[in-house]
Design a protein around this ligand. Structure first.
Ligand code: FES
Length: 108
């Protein structure tokens, strides 16, 4: 088994006839269904790295219930948003975020 080539290992369980909303993730256009959980929508789009921790260690959603904080992203300029706790909105702009360096500046 393994990851499908060029795709995502996730698929939606929502009805495919839902209204489509448009997002940007690090400048890339992504579509989701209205009412989707943001973390789920990004995972389904094949985006598994949401941020970097110290030493540029990649991080992505783990618990999907607001406990681990591994899913932090910047949304519309606001950092440290838990993607697993947010419902998508048309026009949402999301960026990966980087851990601050020892001087407190984002490293990425
Ligand atoms: S995935 Fe754990 S808090 Fe979001």
């Amino acid at each position: 088994m393994g990851f499908p080539k060029g795709g995502s290992m996730f698929k939606s369980t929502m009805p495919e006839n839902g209204r489509i909303v448009h997002l940007q993730f690090d400048g890339e256009a992504i579509t989701a269904f209205d009412g989707d959980n943001l973390a789920a929508a990004l995972l389904r789009a094949g985006k598994v790295q949401f941020r970097t921790a110290a030493k540029n260690d990649p991080r992505g959603p783990y618990c999907m219930m607001g406990v681990c904080f591994e899913c932090l992203v910047e949304i519309d300029g606001r950092p440290n948003q838990q993607a697993c706790q947010i419902i998508v909105r048309d026009g949402m702009t999301i960026h990966r975020q980087s851990a601050p360096d020892s001087a407190g500046k984002a490293s990425g």
